[in-house]
Design a protein around this ligand. Structure first.
Ligand SMILES: [Zn+2]
Length: 108
């Protein structure tokens, strides 16, 4: 939704109630308030990866590596919805029972 979008370029906040986006000293605070209203619990990650876990790094390569990006955003790809679905699936796999841990990671 457009009204949830926080637009602040470091100087001007597009929905500032004091200057209406022209830029003023209140812009930063207004942008901050709008952000907290839109994301009361703070940002939520789509996926997380452990840098100290080789299997998790492999999962990261598979989910967000160049080939995954190419697949989702290249010609014929499903774009953001497919990318997001893939991340959710990949994230769910890490919380699955142990028998799914080896899934695909060590092939080749
Ligand atoms: Zn302002």
């Amino acid at each position: 939704m457009a009204n949830h979008r926080v637009r602040f370029d470091g100087h001007r906040y597009i929905n500032c109630r004091w200057c209406y986006g022209r830029g003023c000293l209140a812009c930063e605070g207004e942008a901050e308030k709008a952000y907290r209203a839109a994301f009361p619990d703070g940002p939520k990650p789509l996926a997380t990866f452990r840098l100290d876990d080789p299997a998790d790094l492999e999962r990261a390569r598979r989910l967000i590596g160049p080939e995954a990006i190419e697949k989702h955003f290249g010609p014929g790809g499903g774009g953001m919805p497919a990318f997001e679905a893939s991340l959710r699936e990949g994230q769910a796999a890490t919380h699955a029972p142990a028998d799914q841990d080896a899934e695909g990671a060590r092939r080749g």
